[in-house]
Design a protein around this ligand. Structure first.
Ligand SMILES: Cc1cc2nc3c(=O)[nH]c(=O)nc-3n(C[C@H](O)[C@H](O)[C@H](O)COP(=O)(O)OP(=O)(O)OC[C@H]3O[C@@H](n4cnc5c(N)ncnc54)[C@H](O)[C@@H]3O)c2cc1C
Length: 434
């Protein structure tokens, strides 16, 4: 049986490993103490709770992600409202509303009747068409209008989907997401998130699956060099020693863009990044809200710093995307601001108000959460076969959310990239190289 060496145990590497487990001897080299990369959870001693490095929201449209979860048997660990509903709260106007998408492709939800963004006009839908039809050099801002549909829905959706501000964010990448979600109707837009944590949903079950196939997973093993001879990788230098890559073996490089660029200086790769900040607050008891907020267990927030608020038992977690703009802001001041926004959004739907004082809290900043999803950075993304076609290295394929997936940095993109890399390595895969 031939061996496939997978460098990097994030979701791209795990997706490749799971796809290959029954077809090849799989060896994963992960520099960290655990797999998961930018989608992981951990026990935080100061909060005495399991928290994610960052809240992740999935949509039912993410079909490759759901297929991955079905393979590893963990779809049931996701929760969500079970319907395409999105409660929102405008912090500047102190007003809440709920977007209730209609199930099919015909968007009945845009008609008057309490399911759409308050005050929106039908003609504002033209912004969506502009986004879907935009050329690769267009920014999101150049497609948006001034009305509530653009300001209160498309803009926050764009910032969180691209993790990049609308002035520089790529309309084409956003358009690709819209085509695979909103344009397919509400059935494709049912939101989900892990009930316990990202590792419990995406990582631990994948490791158990891989162990059943006797895959080798080398934790704490950093790859520092790839050696080539006569158009193929012949050995890998790791912090644990030298690994021979035998004739017939393949290598999948599934590390982050900067690490890939270090190992293979001649490949193109994005080189600008955006951060995401996540604030976690632990309360003495579980939070039970009323109505649609309790059903959804999250709220989209506009008009403040906070963007998505998740209710996870006795932990309240807030996501702040495109957070490079807040780099200079002191963490305790950020926490105080976010806590006051949580109170404003949640108090109206709680049986009793939240405490005024900031409870035990943690602010996590992922400095290089995603590549900056601008047209210029998108143009720098290599294909899975770039090392084969441009560098002439026959037994090396690339994976990672930063490779050319047609999506911004997302779980779906990472999982798809792992599948494409498997196909590029000459094995059976759900997604083939295009
Ligand atoms: C805070 C945050 C919030 C997010 N929210 C969402 C969301 O709501 N929805 C969504 O779809 N996506 C979201 N994303 C994006 C998503 O997490 C990523 O797209 C995805 O996890 C990337 O997976 P990857 O495998 O491509 O990269 P990574 O997860 O970065 O994996 C790379 C792996 O390689 C390892 N590695 C690095 N160097 C070496 C080396 N030299 N040797 C061996 N191993 C090495 C790393 O330790 C890591 O495990 C979010 C990301 C962040 C950070």
């Amino acid at each position: 049986m031939s061996r496939v060496h997978i460098i990097g145990g994030g979701l791209a590497g795990l997706s490749a490993a799971v796809e290959l487990a029954a077809q090849a001897q799989v060896c994963v080299y992960e520099s960290g103490p655990a797999c998961g990369g930018r989608a992981r959870s951990f026990y935080d001693r100061s909060l005495d709770a399991i928290i994610d490095n960052g809240n992740h929201l999935l949509l039912s449209a993410n079909s490759l992600t759901f297929r991955y979860l079905d393979l590893i048997g963990s779809r049931h660990t996701l929760i969500g409202p079970g319907k395409p509903i999105f409660p929102f709260f405008d912090l500047s106007k102190h007003r809440g509303w709920t977007l209730r998408l209609s199930g099919g492709r015909i968007p009945f939800w845009v008609l008057p009747g309490g399911r759409r963004v308050p005050g929106m006009k039908l003609r504002e839908l033209s912004a969506l068409l502009k986004i879907v039809r935009s050329k690769s050099d267009k920014t999101v801002a150049s497609c948006l209008g001034n009305g509530p549909f653009s300001q209160k829905l498309l803009e926050p959706f764009a910032v969180s989907a691209l993790n990049t501000d609308i002035q520089t964010g790529s309309a084409r990448l956003l358009g690709n997401i819209v085509q695979k979600s909103l344009a397919l109707g509400g059935k494709a837009c049912i939101p989900f998130f892990p009930e316990i944590g990202l590792s419990e949903t995406f990582v631990d079950p994948a490791i158990s699956y891989l162990e059943r196939y006797h895959a080798q997973i080398h934790y704490g093993t950093r790859v520092t060099a790839l050696h080539q001879d006569k158009g193929r990788i012949t050995s890998i230098t790791t912090s644990g020693g030298e690994v021979a890559v035998e004739e017939g073996d393949h290598v999948i490089l599934a590390v982050t863009a900067p690490v890939a660029k270090n190992l293979l200086p001649d490949i193109p790769a994005p080189d600008e990044f955006e951060s995401i900040a996540n604030a976690h607050f632990r309360l003495p008891t579980e939070i039970n809200a009323r109505g649609v907020v309790q059903k959804a267990r999250f709220i989209g927030l506009v008009g403040g710093v906070s963007e998505w608020l998740f209710l996870k038992g006795n932990v309240l977690s807030v996501t702040v995307s495109a957070a490079n703009r807040y780099t200079e802001r002191d963490s305790s001041e950020m926490l105080a601001t976010i806590w006051s926004e949580i109170r404003r959004a949640l108090d109206p739907v709680l049986p009793s108000p939240l405490p005024v004082a900031v409870p035990p809290a943690r602010l996590l900043r992922e400095k290089r959460a995603t590549f900056a999803a601008t047209p210029a950075q998108d143009a720098k993304r290599p294909s899975a076969t770039e090392a084969q076609s441009a560098l002439g290295i026959a037994n090396l394929s690339l994976a990672g959310d930063w490779t050319q997936t047609q999506f911004p940095s997302t779980i779906e993109g990472a999982i798809q990239s792992g599948l494409v890399a498997v196909s590029a390595a000459g094995f059976r895969s759900r997604v083939s190289v295009t």
